[in-house]
Design a binder for this molecule. Structure first.
Ligand SMILES: [Zn+2]
Ligand SMILES: [Zn+2]
Length: 365
């Protein structure tokens, strides 16, 4: 079939909106009509050349839509089902899948810009076009592996559900799955974009006591208050580490870094009390490194954790997050600052880069 998509041909060039050919789903694959897709920073890393991926590529990894067609052998979804795209579709039987950490699945040998069989379903004039994270949802339609299309209750609006597929799962999951924040804990969240705001509301769900939000932009700190931050610190006004340590009488129990910047990772470490836990959620450019005093790790027993996709078990967690939203326990409407058409996607990324929005959503007819 033919459909419109946003294609990246070269880093630091605008996405090109054009018609692509999309093959039918093969065995174990699902064709999804995309209804909404979130404008996430991870795609921007690829657009800026900070993450190397094969081009041309259709970006987009935070999507939701309706199943149109399924390939042979697909049993878990059927045409008409509403689905959230899972950008870490897994094999189901490797070591990591079996121990309950499907985000770390290493059972699929082909790179995650192709379908499991190592080929693509996207083409333009005979040229192969890659699928970012096997989701490629900056497009009217996407073919994804069955494990990448997670059914969601049909009464949840899909322009809300799409955000569950990345920013909500990543932020809330970092708190509830990766760190398992205990009730009454003090928490700091550094970086209040789409994922950081969800770490803030994850801390609310976990029953944290003080939830301190740190950012350089006052508009984002205002968002953070709306999402449940009890205190905000503008890191542009003085030493944020000293401020947080002072506010908490010695440091927080959990520090979440949600920017992906070596300096703020070091700050998160500095904001943690002895015995506390630092969780790095932000995705840095590929070659960045950070520095931590080696002796301070044993002497203060601080833990340093990484959290990818909120340590998601997508088939359990995405429907659960949808329920929490539908039950009024999770804010998603408040996250959506703007909506755009696919044709406006470059403008949407300019707004993201300028820090103007909590989240924007691309909506399709
Ligand atoms: Zn994302
Ligand atoms: Zn696996």
């Amino acid at each position: 079939m033919e459909m419109t998509a946003a294609v990246l041909y070269e880093p630091n060039e605008p996405l090109v909106i054009e018609t692509l050919e999309l093959d039918d789903p093969k065995d174990g694959e699902v064709l999804v009509r995309i209804v909404a897709a979130g404008v996430c920073y991870s795609d921007y890393h690829v657009m800026k050349g900070e993450w190397t991926m094969p081009l041309p590529m259709v970006l987009g990894h935070e999507g939701a839509g309706v199943v149109e067609k399924v390939g042979a052998g697909v049993t878990r979804v059927k045409p008409g089902d509403h689905v959230i795209l899972n950008f870490r579709p897994n094999c189901g039987h490797c070591h990591y899948c079996v121990v309950g950490r499907p985000v770390l699945c290493d059972g699929i040998e082909t790179p995650r810009f192709f379908m499991y069989d190592g080929t693509v379903r996207l083409h333009r004039n005979g040229q192969d076009v890659h699928h970012m994270t096997r989701t490629a949802c900056f497009a009217e339609y996407a073919v994804v592996p069955e494990a990448g299309a997670v059914p969601v209750r049909s009464d949840m609006p899909l322009d809300r559900a799409c955000l569950v597929g990345c920013s909500v799962m990543t932020g809330v999951g970092a708190v509830t799955n990766t760190a398992r924040v205990a009730p009454g804990s003090n928490v700091v969240v550094i970086g209040c974009g789409g994922v950081g705001l969800n770490a803030v509301q994850g801390a609310v769900l976990a029953g944290a006591d003080r939830i301190i939000a740190v950012d350089l932009l006052d508009n984002k700190l205002e968002y953070a208050r709306e999402f449940g931050a009890t205190d905000v610190v503008n890191a542009g006004n003085g030493d944020a580490v000293a401020r947080v340590v002072e506010m908490t009488g010695g440091g927080v129990d959990y520090a979440f870094e949600v920017i992906g910047n070596p300096r703020t990772i070091e700050q998160a470490y500095g904001m943690c009390r002895p015995g506390g836990t630092v969780v790095v959620v932000g995705m840095a450019p590929e070659t960045d490194t950070f520095e931590v005093n080696a002796l301070s790790l044993p002497r203060t027993e601080r833990a340093l954790l990484g959290s990818w996709y909120g340590s998601a078990r997508p088939w359990v967690d995405l429907p659960k997050l949808a329920d929490l939203y539908m039950n009024g326990r999770l804010k998603i409407d408040e996250m959506i600052s703007r909506t755009y058409r696919l044709e406006e996607i470059n403008t949407a990324y300019d707004a993201l880069a300028a820090g103007e929005v909590a989240r924007s959503v691309i909506v399709f007819d």
